[in-house]
Design a protein around this ligand. Sequence first.
Ligand code: FEO
Ligand code: CA
Ligand code: CA
Length: 647
Amino acid sequence: MSGHKGGKPSVPTTKNCDEGVSNRSGHRPFEEILKARISRRSVLTGGLALAATAFFGGVGAAQSFGLGGKPGGGGGGPLLGFTPVPVAGGGGIWPRISPEYQFQVLIPWGDPIVPGGPEFKWPPTSADQEQQIGIGHDGMTYFPIDRDDKDCDVEEDEDRDRFFPLSQGRPGRGNRLGMLAINLEFGINIHVFGKPMPESLEDVRVSQHAHGVAIVKIKKKNGAWQTVKSKNARRIHINTPMAFSGPAAGHPLLQTPNGNIPLGTANNCANGVTFWGTYLTCEENFNGYFGAANAWVPTPAQQRYGFSANGFDYGWHLFDRRFDLSDPDYTNEENRFGWVVEIDPMDATQKPVKRTALGRMKHEGATTVEGRGGRAVVYMGDDEAFDYIYKFVSDGNWKSMRALGKSPLDHGKLYVARFNEDGTGEWLELTIDNPALAAQFADQGEVLTFVRMAGDVLGATPMDRPEWITVGPNGDIFCTLTNNSSRATPNAPNPVAPNPDGHIIKITDGDKHVGLTFEWDIFLLAKDTRGTEHVFTDPDGVMADPDGRLFIQTDGGQPNGLNNQMVVADTRTGEIRRLFEGVAGDEVTGIAMTPDRRTMFVNIQHPGNGNPNVTNFPVNNPVPDGETVPRDATIVITRKDGGIIGS
Ligand code: FEO
Ligand code: CA
Ligand code: CA
């Protein structure tokens, strides 16, 4: 780690995640159904209402591909064997981890994606940044390479590299060599290039190339992880050619008057992984990168998606016309963002594909699970206050579809969730065959492009900012609802108003994930952890493991002076312990594991909010020097005794 010094991004700034409200539809207030539900919910009495679900069976998570392996012990005994990080001593400028654990920093912002590439200099050039890890480390997937753990030093023979589904768990394989696909969600201008606003197209390009996705090959050697050479390492950013697929591909709403080809992905938040070994990256707060250089009146759709004249103050539109909402040559450019994008991590020549059948929203993540009949099911949150939870179900068995040359992500049904007051719910299909939608939308392509508005029409349930979704070992679905300070009135699925601390909802989906109805319950209210040693708020990243642990990451001001953190819940007993605490001003997000679950990757995003007066992480200066720019980075977590993470 070199401690490059540069100018001082000394203006403390906040994260750009959109905490606004775009849903003004107000079509289905829950006030009337709330009272009955509240009266019966013990969770509101203040107890920590963790569902006492039996978590054995080990089938659901194995199918989810979110996390590999088989149940790893615990056998009904306590799942959390580690000493928790205490509240006392929190809020520092260096991470804290349980004493039975250790961590290593990997691929900080600005490291070359292959050894020998341009080293980090601050501020970076746009040309260098294209060959470096970008900023805003977020959702990620470790793709194990089917190679014996003892045989990882063969770096050049990449034609031997094969992905295998984590769930198939091949003992002793793929735990020390893999491709890491990682989202680079965002970095504010002052952090990335030292100015509050761009002063040239080059400034804009630096910012643009810092955003996107990185694919890097990593291996463990001599006890430490490092990047290695790979022809498949690549950077994908806002100027990378993209393909569109599915019902909205080629739609007039995705065409611009000047005919520019589709380029780029931005604000890549959480992620998913397909059964066939590709990476899903999810475009979240894309609205913030657009602005208006001249007079501009937003359309209803632009309003619903939160576009504004200044965006999030990136200023791209001042030098790159593509992002200028007032430029008539680029009408509809903004409709090309807000999609789930499929990337092949084992083939750098593949053009990333935007899968329009999954709808256009502020996608948090795309969590896959194999449903009844081998159908590909994708659960998705739309992260904005009062927005919705969605599910996609492929038309057929994913293997059969792929054998016919069809992508399971192009052909299927998209649903939005409505939660009833009695703990049941319905999946409402977003189809132009519904007369209520046909009355307002021209065709399925328009429904998908403006899917938030279609959800408004159908009466979906506005939620408290749906973030990550994970599937537990018995098939239960957990969705973090990070917070909603704008909620004035509680209702059954969002029972706290205002809700500054957030909660986690559990969904038991019908008919092995392909049904039209579901049951739900509040899994946890974060406010109930206040006053306890395991306090946390603002749940965001989340991952279930095959034993019944739930790893919960936070993004928001934490109580008791703590920094953002990662806690682990035993879903069988309700016990919670703090495994990791990040550094001042950061967010802890992104989570991936090796198939043997002995190595976990998480991220520290925007340490110090980019301010070197707060922290110099990952340079460990005990007192910040005010000059060494902090860098977002991946943290590799292992147990000192080599045990399963979380045990
Ligand atoms: Fe990028 Fe909703 O967090
Ligand atoms: Ca998030
Ligand atoms: Ca968040």
